[in-house]
Design a protein around this ligand. Sequence first.
Ligand code: NAP
Length: 305
Amino acid sequence: MKENNYDVVVIGAGVAGMTSAIYLKRAGLNCLLIEGETPGGQVTKTITITNYPGFKSITGAELATKVLSQVKELGVDILYQKVENVKLDQDMKIITLDDQKEIVTKNVIIATGRNPKKLGLPNEEKLAGRGVSYCATCDGALFKGEEVVVIGGGDTALEEAIYLSSLCKKVTLIHRRDEFRAKSYLQEELRYIDNIEIITNANVTELIETDGKLSHVRINKENRVENIKASGCFIFIGYIPQTDYFSYLGIRNEQGFIPTNANMETTVKGVYAVGDVREKEVCQIVTATSDGAIAAIHLSKALND
Ligand code: NAP
């Protein structure tokens, strides 16, 4: 069955996609929001948010619920279903759902986000929010004055280790090789910070729990096992963008992220990308909502002209 009565279809109901839907609906456009899992996306996995303007402290789940209720009150149509792929038929975008039904529209906003890569250790999931974190900006303040470890050797790991060193008593950076892929200025900066210890050629083999919280991280460095005291373990070993569904559009970079211009337009007319799925450096709630608003405003102007 084909439906084509929507001006815009937003794929992904994280804060970026939901913000697009709010702006589109308020501009009088008929929009459909499609979500394959839980509305709120990555935000719902953040325990406490203390850097979103207007809220001194709010849980991720609470913020996501507030945005979702705003979307619902505006009367945006929401479809809870997985998208299988998106193909082009001249200027029409054919969205195939997992039950093979198709939705046809001229305009799509992609807001499917990215997921942090996991180490894959047995209790990693259980300790998420109890010591294990994938976002220093979100959770760093919870470990003020404490000892933490950071895992990874890319730009994110080094930037976040530097950030955490200003809050925490001690930061141990653990990297699996002896060379970092992070930019050289970050490597240089890191070496001059007294409370950062660098351990290379080491793999994290266990996350040790005491009283339901992370207490130590076990590493294996060149066949020597060591337990490092840490109430926080920040894992920055890369991200996986949720963009497999868009492979037919030819809009992804080598890593699978989607480059856009300042209006959030991709190289395909009528296809926008917003939030963490975009090729960009700063991925915060505030930048995701900002992307969502920019795409919707640009699109509404184009459609109302
Ligand atoms: P990344 O560059 O892919 O680095 C991931 C790091 O994690 C690598 O050091 C990698 O080790 C390590 N790693 C991967 N899998 C692992 C595993 N299973 N166990 C242990 N370690 C593992 O990821 P990123 O740092 O998040 O950066 C992503 C992109 O964003 C990059 O292109 C980066 O340049 C960009 N970025 C730029 C900035 C900036 O310019 N200010 C800031 C942040 C991010 P190996 O090196 O051994 O593979």
